[in-house]
Design a protein around this ligand. Structure first.
Ligand SMILES: *Cc1c(COP(=O)(O)O)cnc(C)c1O
Length: 352
């Protein structure tokens, strides 16, 4: 048995996904009873049968979202209903019964009330919330399970706020693809991630932080970057356009992506979705038309990209350092999280 921190113990130096908080929330589903009510319990090891369907056939979906301590001391969770809706879509794709959105958000509220004490007052820290659902039938038949378990756990995440942000280099993956038409690229399921590890290792071996995914069919269009959505900035100053690859069914529709599109418009930019080929991306960077590139997601917030490594030659974006549009979008997002930017759409959900 592993032992866990007391609920009130503040995490001062969060690592990267290992500083779990003290509790988890659990619910179960059977055909007869539907969903049970939520139960808050200490985070502890599970006892599972070795022949559990979820373990063998990957009938597992998850989410990732964050709670932040706002400047006024209250806890706010970012867009939980949008994550709840995506979780339902992910479940539906794997023939898993959908978890009602009020149970999803209720579980978050219970966990944050129980464990918010683990979050220090350092504004760069947040609580990363991980809901997961998995198939629990004991059977090695290739069929959907008839029983499921939902668990919601969390860890304290360190951050970037206040630190000087650095640009990363990225590596274009030509041999491995992440998603394909008719597949599961537009949902957040466990099976999407293990197959990306080899490309991630190849990116790291090339001195890069992330792999850039191309479309599976033509290997021509840029789609995503690791587990993040990507953005390009065309032009500069107030006239700069903020562009992200269009959703084609093989991209994960990020909540951060949608938020950044809206924030770009609030900052006076034109925000657009386009299909962009690798060749066009390279040519527009070299001609100076594309001035900035960044990746975004719940975990990474907004991360600037300075260099691209490709088998047909490397290139630098702008002067290789974080650009002004990237910085202002990142700042707007961080301010929103901390209750320092108007929230007309009610994206921040107060907990506790
Ligand atoms: C989770 C994820 C994202 C980012 O989604 P957010 O909702 O912004 O956190 C982007 N791409 C992939 C492949 C992901 O799994």
């Amino acid at each position: 048995m592993t032992t866990f921190a007391e609920p009130s113990q503040v995490v001062l130096n969060p690592g990267h996904g290992e500083s779990f908080t003290a509790h988890m929330v659990s619910a179960e589903w059977t055909e007869e009873t539907g969903w049970t009510s939520l139960a808050l319990m200490p985070l502890a090891d599970l006892t599972i049968h070795p022949g559990m369907i979820g373990l063998h056939y990957g009938q597992v979906a998850f989410e990732g979202l964050k709670a932040h301590r706002r400047t006024d001391g209250s806890m706010g969770v970012f867009r939980p209903y949008d994550h709840a809706a995506r979780f339902r879509r992910s479940c539906a794709r794997l023939a898993i019964p959908e978890l009602p959105e009020d149970l999803f958000v209720g579980a978050i509220e219970q966990l944050i009330v129980a464990d918010e004490g683990a979050l220090s007052t350092d504004p760069s820290h947040s609580i990363y919330i991980r809901p997961i659902i998995f198939a629990t039938d004991t059977s090695l038949m290739l069929r959907p399970s008839r029983t499921y378990r939902f668990l919601l756990m969390a860890f304290v995440a360190g951050g970037f706020f206040g630190e000087d942000i650095e640009s990363v280099a990225v590596w274009v993956s030509h041999d491995y693809v992440r998603a394909f038409p008719g597949g599961t690229g537009d949902v957040k399921i466990a099976g999407n991630y293990a197959p990306s590890f080899l490309a991630q290792q190849a990116a790291e071996a090339a001195g890069c932080r992330q792999a850039v995914w191309l479309d599976a069919h033509e290997r021509r269009y840029i789609e995503e970057m690791g587990g993040m959505n990507m953005f390009l900035v065309r032009g500069s100053g107030q006239d700069a356009e903020v562009i992200t690859p269009q959703l084609t069914g093989t991209l994960l529709p990020g909540v951060t992506r949608r938020t950044v599109l809206a924030l770009a418009e609030r900052l006076g930019h034109t925000a657009k979705e386009e299909r962009i080929s690798l060749d066009q991306w390279r040519a527009e960077c070299l001609s100076g038309s594309i001035t900035e590139v960044f990746a975004c997601g719940t975990a990474a917030v907004v991360t600037p990209v300075g260099q691209v490594r490709d088998r047909d030659g490397d290139w630098t974006i702008g002067d290789g350092t974080p650009g002004p549009v990237t910085r202002s979008l990142r700042q707007a997002l961080v301010d929103l999280h901390h209750g320092e930017l108007a929230d007309p759409n009610g994206w921040m959900h107060t907990c506790g």
